[in-house]
Design a protein around this ligand. Structure first.
Ligand code: NAI
Length: 335
């Protein structure tokens, strides 16, 4: 079999490292591009058998039409979410989309808890103070997680792991999901409830659901108003699940006690890059970064050795199987 030529977009050093080691030179020729795949950059896929993309590449109808014209029949998402792909257009153009639905739910769930704990116990502030030889504890009071109520919206693979970790802290855990997992909930002492009850009873609300037309701005002025005064919000799923302007207002009024984000509405073009020498143009992100009770990481919840190894294995296996006419290992994304 001839090697598969793979055009790789939004490449980062860890992608080169993991995919470079796993892609046997006889099986794959990797063309790495550090820019994102969009309708404007798609001509660089000329000659490729497949493209490999990440969360912020933009596979809209225009981009997919141009990909099809270049003869590319496979888009391999090296991530779980697929909200950046026009699935209807891909189906019409007979382009197969595969993703890696589950590489390590533990990576994301553990990062969720790490963010919450760092924010609640002010670790980020304490770290900076101690480096300045400021050993004062003023303003660093947190709360015990034990005994608190945590609401998990979306009890899929990641939400379930997060829920179990919170149970380990001794939290009461509420869940909301249109497809409840009753047996699992009974086994782990988790209570399903309505989204309204979850919002109004939880001290911490954590989002673990996909971004769709229905879930866009699930957390908005009205739903945030239902949350307990002083509650914490954690989002490691997708930025557009949350209306950032509503969050800023709720932080300013003190209604929200803290917000931990690994994703941001307008992260495309900002996250994953070093902008330290430039003026940040996004005023909402800039405002969010000024709050002492907001902690932001730049979409790194997936970034563990185990997750990267699995993403690489499943993606390359899927591409090979597609070339050989078999069902991909990674899940097909259908319209
Ligand atoms: P999953 O597909 O296993 O679970 C998603 C769950 O959300 C399902 O149980 C589904 O029924 C539920 N759901 C759908 N609509 C809902 C709604 N309106 N309200 C409540 N629940 C709803 O997905 P998984 O693997 O648990 O991932 C969850 C999300 O985490 C992904 O959609 C992705 O956006 C995000 N993610 C973020 C990463 C990061 O690095 N920050 C890495 C991987 C995933």
């Amino acid at each position: 079999m001839p090697p598969i030529t793979l055009a790789f977009y939004d490449t980062k050093p860890y992608d080169r490292d993991y995919f470079g080691r796993a892609a046997n030179g006889a099986d794959f020729i990797l063309h790495h591009h550090e820019f994102r795949l969009t309708a404007e950059t798609v001509s660089t896929a000329q000659g490729a058998d497949a493209v490999c993309v990440f969360v912020n590449d933009r596979l809209d109808r225009d981009c997919l039409t141009k990909l099809a014209a270049l003869g590319v029949r496979l888009v391999a998402l090296r991530c779980a979410g697929f909200n950046n792909v026009d699935r209807a257009a891909a189906a019409e153009l007979r382009i197969t989309i595969v993703r890696v639905p589950a590489y390590s739910p533990h990576a994301v769930a553990e990062h969720t808890v790490a963010l919450l704990m760092a924010l609640n116990r002010k670790i980020h502030r304490a770290y900076n103070r101690v480096r300045e030889q400021n050993f004062s504890l003023s303003g660093l009071v947190g709360f015990d997680l034990h005994g608190k109520t945590v609401g998990i919206i979306g009890t899929g693979k990641i939400g379930r792991v997060a829920a179990q970790i919170f149970r380990g802290f001794g939290c009461r855990v509420l869940g909301y999901d249109p497809h409840p997992m009753d047996e699992w909930a009974a086994e782990h002492g988790i209570t399903y409830t309505s989204v309204e009850a979850l919002l109004s009873e939880s001290d911490v609300v954590s989002l673990h659901l996909p971004l769709t037309a229905e879930t866009h701005h699930l957390l908005n002025v009205a739903s945030i108003a239902l949350m307990k005064p002083g509650a914490y919000l954690v989002n490691t799923s997708r930025g557009k699940l949350v209306d950032s302007a509503a969050v800023i207002d709720a932080l300013k009024s003190g209604h929200l006690g803290g917000v931990a984000l690994d994703v941001y509405e307008e992260e495309e073009g900002i996250f994953f890059e070093d902008h330290s020498g430039t003026v940040l143009q996004d005023d909402e992100l800039a405002r969010l970064m000024t709050f002492p009770n907001v902690l932001i990481t730049a979409h790194q919840a997936f970034l563990t050795h185990e997750a990267l190894s699995e993403i690489t294995r499943v993606t390359l296996d899927s591409i090979t199987r597609f070339r050989d006419g078999h069902e991909p290992v990674a899940e097909r994304v259908v319209a």
